[in-house]
Write a protein that binds this ligand. Structure first.
Ligand code: GLN
Length: 541
């Protein structure tokens, strides 16, 4: 019988529900259980694919091409699992399905209502996660904060789940925030109490309350929450913002959380938790390490969550290269219209440069300036999707002398469309879920940088883009030192490009950051950081 962990949030958003849930799941995984997770997002968009990263952080992409909330990235990375389309759904999807059924006549004669039709559809989808993945434990996180208008149908569906699958198979976790009042030096539990009261008024009694806080919470506080919110004292779990993310499970173990959850769910450890690889990971994170500087030149840099997976992939590669990587968040617009000297001044401390993915024209010329700087100064460079497109455009303009070279995304009538739409994209007139999405295969050319990094000639990587390298320019590029080292197996699409005679200048049409895992860093990021270490030595001389 599948066991369900339901995770709700209280007090405010962005308290780290996804990470909390992942860590609790990880504790059960360590005891031999298979864990899957799902995120239910109450907004009306069908998926986050059409949302600005400023609204919701990065759009994470799964193997099957589903565009999802960034929490799925946390789940994949921290639980080391691969999720699928059933693992993220929104109000938009639920309503679209119910309305389609109504139009088909599936409910003939009926009046379609939020309860039971919408809530039934939500429950069906939750059960589907268990059905499709066959996991022992399914974690279900509801986005937003209890008290939000729009999440009510989701919470009602959760409330009904115990009678659907058995009370003994459900465990409700409420994650809240404990604010600190600077003037009096107090930590306040009242918002948590109110939030739990709100949850109860919906009919859900939490089995566990996780108190997120930036400051240590003493027993007085956890006892107080236990008493006022009627949960067992051992089920009030302080979770303090950690310097080292990978230390969190050890804190949970010290508090006996794994055993508590299992006893409540009526299950026993299948194996003794050892945390063998995680112990090493945490120790390496904590260890004193030299620092290298990396410039991330992007459009949404004010909101680091917009580049969450890139940031994580950099951290993983730093960890495995035994360095701390300090990210300099460079707003690409700030590099626009600058002289070469000014661009150099801004970027000269960077031992590595990343130009991540992006859409739209703002900041494009700034990113191209960064690419030119990386190429000419021989600073290690990694381009991700748009970062590959711009690397080839810069090369076309400044090495091949193709004036006005551009992508037709930004300049319809460019004389040299280095990046252009494929015919299959031209005929599309809908924006949602119509890009090249998800895993695609790629063949790597022998004796290239890509081949030496991947140590294989066949890879599969996740994509999210509309535009592609224009094959008419292939020969010219190769003749002048840019190798198109990764191609789709049918050779139609350029997937990786790299520069000869440069310590490390490589870029991919796909997004390698989505496949990087703490214990399994991505080769393209590993190569970048190790080249960055060499560069740092040079800069220090
Ligand atoms: N805007 C570009 C395209 O659609 C790049 C997309 C991206 O970087 N993810 O092809």
């Amino acid at each position: 019988m599948t066991k369900y962990l339901f995770v709700t949030g209280g007090v405010l958003s962005s308290v780290g529900k996804g990470i909390t849930a992942s860590m609790l799941g990880r504790v059960l995984q360590e005891r031999g259980y298979t864990v899957m997770s799902a995120k239910l997002d109450p907004y009306i968009n069908v998926d986050p694919g059409t949302m600005s990263p400023y609204q919701h952080g990065e759009v994470f992409v799964l193997d099957d091409g589903t565009e999802t909330d960034l929490d799925l990235g946390h789940y994949e990375r921290l639980l080391d699992i691969n999720l699928s389309s059933v693992c993220n759904f929104t109000t938009g999807q639920v309503y679209a399905e119910v309305i389609a059924k109504e139009r088909r006549g599936d409910y003939l004669g009926g009046t379609i209502q939020v309860i039971p039709h919408i809530t039934d559809e939500i429950k069906k989808r939750i059960l589907c996660v268990a059905d499709e993945t066959k996991a022992d434990i399914v974690m279900v996180e509801v986005g937003g904060t209890v008290g939000d208008y729009e999440s009510l149908p989701f919470l009602e569906a959760l409330r009904e789940m115990p009678s659907e699958v058995g009370e003994e198979n459900c465990f409700f976790i409420h994650v809240t925030w404990v604010p600190h009042i600077m003037a009096s030096g107090e930590l306040k539990t009242k918002p948590t109490q109110h939030s739990v009261r709100e949850l109860r008024s919906i009919g859900i009694s939490p089995d566990m309350i996780v108190l997120r806080s930036d400051l240590p919470l003493n027993e007085e506080i956890t006892q107080k929450v236990a008493r006022f919110c009627s949960v067992a004292p051992q089920a009030v779990v302080p979770m303090i913002t950690a310097d080292v993310l990978y230390d969190i499970p050890f804190e949970l173990e010290k508090m006996g959380i794994g055993d508590y959850m299992m006893s409540k769910l009526g299950i026993k450890s299948k194996r003794k938790p050892t945390w063998r690889r995680w112990t090493r990971l945490a120790a390496e994170s904590r260890a004193e390490k030299p620092t290298i500087n990396l410039a991330l030149v992007g459009k949404y840099v004010e909101l680091h969550d917009a580049y969450k997976s890139v940031q994580e992939a950099i951290t993983h590669a730093g960890l495995h290269n035994k360095v701390d990587v300090k990210i300099d968040w460079v707003q690409s617009e700030d590099l626009e219209g600058l002289t070469k000297e000014k661009v150099t001044q801004r970027l000269q401390n960077a031992a590595a440069i990343v130009v991540p993915g992006g859409f739209g024209e703002r900041g494009i010329e700034g990113k191209i300036n960064a690419v030119q700087y990386a190429r000419e100064s021989k600073t290690p460079y990694l381009g991700l999707c748009l970062g590959m497109q711009l690397m080839t455009i810069e090369f076309a303009r400044n090495v091949l002398g193709l004036e006005g070279a551009h992508s037709t995304e930004f300049e319809h009538l460019t004389p040299h469309p280095i990046i252009d739409l494929m015919p299959e994209q031209r005929s599309l007139n809908e924006m949602g879920a119509t890009m090249r999405l998800g895993l695609y295969p790629c063949r790597i050319q022998e004796k290239t940088l890509a081949a030496s990094l991947y140590k294989t000639d066949y890879i599969e990587e996740r994509h999210r883009h509309r535009y592609e390298f224009n094959n008419q320019y292939r020969q010219q590029f190769e003749n002048h030192g840019m190798i198109l080292s990764g191609l789709s197996p049918d050779q139609r699409l350029v997937e990786i490009a790299e520069l000869k005679d440069h310590p490390y200048m490589i870029a991919s049409q796909f997004h390698p950051e989505f496949l990087s895992r703490p214990l399994n860093p991505h080769p393209l990021f590993m190569g970048l950081i190790s080249a960055g270490i060499e560069r740092t030595k040079k800069l220090q001389k």
